[in-house]
Design a protein around this ligand. Structure first.
Ligand SMILES: [Mn+2]
Length: 321
């Protein structure tokens, strides 16, 4: 698979990179990290970064305006995006050849080549492995690519904490840190939060009451977000807070946006992508996303989550007997 991708890269003079909407560090890390590798290796090729810019990720990279004509005869590579609807900038279909590189469960094989590895911690880890495979064909990695890929890995593994972190992850990290980018500064950009956000976190913890079965929910209403001057995007960075609380098995963040309430589900045991699938979503077994249209529907989701936690506890009890 990697070989096929490398051959396609060699073949095309124009390469356009895409990733998912509402990007996170792995989306940027894989998209721009790969772009940096390509620019370093093939200075004569045209490499474009497509998609809407995310202000909170400016510290990682800035993107390009891609002219429509660029897509003629272009190779398009979409990173970190499970389904077509979530690809940022729908012109991704306009190229000559399409490659999907991703680590989410593969429900939509929308590429001419689909490289999907659900065992990988992040798409950035996969891009690092693509670079390793391409080294004999002359692939070069520079400091900027190393920083981006490292940021993507750190972002998606919760700083090497989540179970998706494997030997492969540390191997990639070990190689990447050799490029000597400023790790301290990178971590500050990724993890320092404004005081308002820190206080907001305090409020969330105050208001949450986990159930007997270990389900917890956090309701981030427009009103609360406005009171603390926190944008829906800024809430990404602390979805993990449920995980540090004893007795919490799975938790859900409801973030009220313009027209919908976005749902982020996380778990320390019960498989929750089935819950997400029932509410217009999907994702990983321990980290998924969904959408609901009202607070009533949000409560329904909490009940399904509750049942999932109860079942999980029941199974564990039976196992122990
Ligand atoms: Mn990812």
């Amino acid at each position: 698979m990697k070989k096929e991708i490398i051959e396609a890269i060699q073949e095309f003079e124009t390469i356009i990179l895409h990733r998912h909407v509402r990007p996170d560090p792995d989306a940027y890390g894989s998209q721009v990290g790969l772009a940096e590798i390509l620019k370093e290796t093939y200075p004569q090729k045209q490499v474009y970064l497509a998609g809407l810019e995310e202000e909170s990720l400016h510290y990682l990279a800035r993107l390009d305006e891609v002219p429509d004509e660029a897509y003629e005869n272009a190779l398009v590579i979409v990173c970190d995006t499970a389904n077509e609807e979530r690809v940022c900038d729908q012109r991704y279909k306009d190229g000559k050849k399409l490659i999907k590189i991703d680590h989410h469960p593969n429900h939509e094989s929308y590429g001419d080549i689909n490289w999907v590895d659900t065992e990988a911690s992040s798409t950035s880890e996969m891009i690092f492995e693509l670079y390793q495979a391409g080294r004999i064909s002359g692939f070069k990695l520079n400091q900027s690519a190393a920083r981006l890929l490292y940021a993507g890995i750190v972002g998606d593994t919760g700083r090497f904490l989540f179970p998706s972190t494997t030997e492969r992850t540390f191997e990639a990290a070990q190689e990447l840190v050799k490029y000597g980018f400023d790790r301290k500064q990178l971590y500050e950009s990724m993890y320092q939060v404004p005081l308002s956000v820190a206080k907001f976190k305090g409020e969330l913890l105050q208001s949450m009451e986990p159930s007997e079965s270990g389900a917890a929910s956090f309701k981030l209403t427009k009103e609360v977000l406005e009171r603390y001057h926190v944008s829906p995007e800024e809430t990404h960075s602390f979805v993990g807070i449920g995980g540090d609380i004893q007795g919490v098995l799975a938790w859900v963040f409801f973030v009220e946006d313009e027209e919908v309430i976005r749902v982020r589900l996380r778990s320390k045991g019960p498989v929750i992508n089935g819950v997400a699938a029932q509410f217009n979503g999907g994702g990983h077994p321990m980290a998924s996303g969904a959408k609901v249209s009202s607070w009533e529907e949000a409560d329904e989701l909490v009940q399904v989550l509750e049942a999932t936690c109860q079942e999980y506890k029941q199974e564990k009890r039976l196992e122990q007997k």
